[in-house]
Design a protein around this ligand. Structure first.
Ligand SMILES: Cc1ncc(COP(=O)(O)O)c(C=O)c1O
Length: 410
């Protein structure tokens, strides 16, 4: 398999053969010089099935979280038929990868040329917007199309989330009325969408946002056909263990049912992180140890952007056999570039005897990890291997095991 993490063709590609092995320890034993991305198709497939079966509406994958064509194919094969795309590059790539898929262009500020190409060339009919200017742009670009689903993005609080998305996009509730009214006139179907911020740590994020939606609908007195609760569904990281996703789904379902909308209105979601976080991890080598600081061969400009820039913590495992029996110690990481910024504070808990030449697996990098990699300073590697072992942490593995154990054999 050829795995291409620069899937949108924005940077030069290198072609790598990709083998399939059983687990991370096998990779470490091969003593790779460059970081190796491990992908776990079974983990992404399981996450997709979970959303398809349990979310009480339609789940569309937010491609920005990880635009790997292989991942998109896996999600498609496991029931994800709709994709939230945010740029013309994503539109083209998903249209190429899964031509039958339905694409929804959910970036509220788009280039007019991108809207036109999406509509006329790729059959995109759903667009989001948060201003009258954007509405005009969409109508101009589609030559006043009569078959549009227009989703007005409402600004909601990010207070329950680890990563705010409350500043940049979304019409303020007090300004929503004229926009909803105008969009209603132009649209075949009218939607309201929002984003509670990424890694929402409580279902209340969604019930609070739905109250804002209720206020906007009542105020504008328009018929709404789609409620799109956006992304924000959490994954599990050290120090960030969310409640079960089922609780989020129940809360959203209850709130949706109580909205003043028609019986035929649809409920949508745009999960990014929750569908792909468990899909990949990275095996790195320790090049040097300085006290509690480990110099590793991936970092801020590689898959560890979030670890460096927003102090996100990821699970880590020392890949040594036999395993170290020494107690854990908190480490920070330096990445390979010459930049002081290339620093991941952690703390990352690893056996205290870790040393140069050791290999470490850093988990949960499938969302906003692989997608952020650059070749800055000549570092970065496209080497990717499919593995069959379980991700270090999973929100879905236990659910799957429980479901399997409930099967009654007659
Ligand atoms: C419009 C939109 N939808 C969905 C997502 C995915 O969010 P998450 O990965 O938190 O689920 C994002 C992330 O930025 C977004 O901007």
């Amino acid at each position: 398999m050829h795995q291409d993490h620069r899937a949108l063709g924005l940077a030069p590609l290198s072609t790598v053969a990709c083998n399939s092995v059983s687990g991370a320890i096998d990779i470490a034993q091969g003593k790779p010089v460059e970081p190796v991305t491990l992908v776990r198709p079974h983990a992404a497939a399981r996450a997709a099935r979970f959303f398809v079966e349990k979310f009480p509406g339609r789940s569309m994958y937010a491609v920005k979280a990880n635009p790997s064509p292989e991942l998109i194919q896996i999600l498609w094969e496991n029931g994800i038929t709709h994709f939230d795309v945010a740029s013309i590059g994503e539109v083209r790539m998903v249209a190429r990868t899964v031509p039958e898929a339905t694409l929804c262009f959910m970036h509220p500020v788009k280039a007019e040329e991108a809207i036109a190409e999406a509509y006329f060339k790729h059959g995109v009919r759903t667009f989001s917007l948060d201003s009258l200017e954007e509405l005009d742009k969409i109508m101009r670009a589609t030559r006043n199309a009569a078959d549009l689903t227009l989703c007005v993005r409402l600004r909601v609080s990010s207070e329950h989330s680890k990563l705010s998305l409350a500043s940049k996009f979304g019409v303020a509730p007090q300004d929503a009325k004229p926009l909803l009214f105008a969009a209603r006139q132009a649209a075949d179907a009218l939607g309201i969408c929002f984003h509670v911020g990424s890694q929402a740590m409580t279902p209340e994020a969604y019930s609070d946002a739905m109250e804002r939606v209720r206020g906007a609908i009542v105020d504008a007195a328009v018929t709404v056909d789609v409620i799109d609760v956006g992304g924000g569904f959490p994954s599990s990281y050290p120090g960030m263990e969310p409640p079960p996703l089922e609780l989020y789904f129940e809360t959203i379902h209850r709130a949706f049912e109580s909205l003043p909308i028609s019986y035929s209105a649809e409920l949508w979601a745009e999960p990014g992180r929750a569908l792909c976080a468990e899909y990949s991890s990275v095996v790195v080598r320790v090049e040097k140890r300085r006290g509690s600081e480990l110099y590793i061969n991936d970092g801020a400009y590689g898959a560890l952007f979030d670890a460096a820039h927003i102090d996100w913590r990821f699970p880590v495992t020392l890949l040594r056999e036999p395993q170290s029996t020494v107690r854990d110690h908190p480490f920070s990481f330096y990445g390979p570039t010459c930049d002081d910024l290339d620093h991941m504070a952690g703390p990352f808990l690893l056996p205290a005897d870790v040393e140069a030449g050791d290999y470490i697996e850093i988990g949960m990098l499938g969302a906003y990890g692989s997608a952020m990699r650059t070749a800055f300073n000549g570092f970065g590697s496209d080497e990717t291997v499919i593995v069959e072992d379980e991700p270090m942490v999973s929100l879905y593995a236990e659910v799957e095991r429980e479901a399997a154990s409930n099967v009654v054999k007659l």
